[in-house]
Design a protein. Sequence first.
Length: 107
Amino acid sequence: MNTAGTIDRPHTHDPQKQAPMKPSASEPEGSATEDVTTTGANDSRQNRNREMQLIPEALARAHMRERLHEAERERQAVRLATARRMQRRAERASLRARRALAMAVMH
C-alpha cells in the first residue's frame, strides 16, 4: 500500500523523515512564519547526552588523579621518616666515635 500519509496518520513520526510542508497557493507569500529548524536543539541535546555519558569517565579520572597524589604524598612521608631515622643513626654513631676517641686519648 503506497498511499501518502495524512496529518492524522503520518508514515513516520520522525519529523526529519517527513516531507516538508509546502505553502498553499491560496496563501499570500510571506504571510506564514518561516520553517523552524530544530538542529540547534538536537545538537545541544546530543552534546548534553554526550556530556552525561562522559561524567563517569571524568569522575574516574579525577579519582585516579587524587589517588596518585595521595600515593605520592605517602611516598614523600616515608622518605622523610627514613631520612630522619638515618640522621639519628648517624648522630649516634658520631657520638660513639667521639667517646671512643676521647677514651683513647685519655688512656
